[in-house]
Design a protein around this ligand. Structure first.
Ligand code: ZN
Length: 167
């Protein structure tokens, strides 16, 4: 089992919390679907995925920007994930900061990119998600087609791709 450290120390608290939700959710999917990698929040072994906010990403985005480096044999060296400083969601009561579920999906999506999943397909790796603002932040979700997340769900196609990177 390969261990990958996700560096969340020093991150804005709402994004650190989102990371702490996304990491175990992804690990559960990986374990269930036989993807041979375990993410650890601020772990001490393995390659490092660094998370940071980037003021250059607008608050209407439901996406970050991720760059991952792999060596010649396809092993992850390191990855850099940039997240929007804040995410605004529209609700019947007006716009406000998106709830933790929305941030969890954004972090989860970028972490999967960081693990070498470059393309977009469906479910968690959908390119364009739609915000679904609830009456409370805890009810906010992102829609990937008809799939409402969280919980984070990987498509069979994404699982196959990740299995090829992490056999
Ligand atoms: Zn993406």
């Amino acid at each position: 089992m390969k261990h990958v450290s996700v560096k969340i120390k020093g991150l804005a608290s709402e994004w650190a919390s989102a990371g702490r939700l996304a990491i175990p959710a992804l690990n559960a999917e990986f374990r269930k679907k036989h993807v041979n990698v375990v993410l650890e929040a601020d772990g001490v072994t393995g390659p490092v995925i660094s998370l940071r906010t980037d003021p250059g990403i607008g608050a209407t985005a439901v996406h970050g920007r991720t760059h991952a480096e792999f060596d010649g044999s396809g092993m992850l060296i390191s990855a850099d994930v940039r997240l929007p400083e804040k995410v605004i969601i529209n609700t019947v009561a007006g716009p406000r900061n998106a709830g933790p579920g929305v941030l969890e999906v954004i972090v989860g999506h970028e972490l999967v990119h960081a693990l070498g999943h470059e393309p977009h397909n469906s479910h968690l790796m959908t390119q364009t998600m739609t915000k679904d603002g609830g009456s409370r932040p805890g009810e906010d979700r992102l829609l990937a087609g008809s799939v409402r997340m969280p919980p984070l769900v990987l498509s069979d196609e994404s699982v196959a791709l990740l299995q090829s990177v992490w056999p």
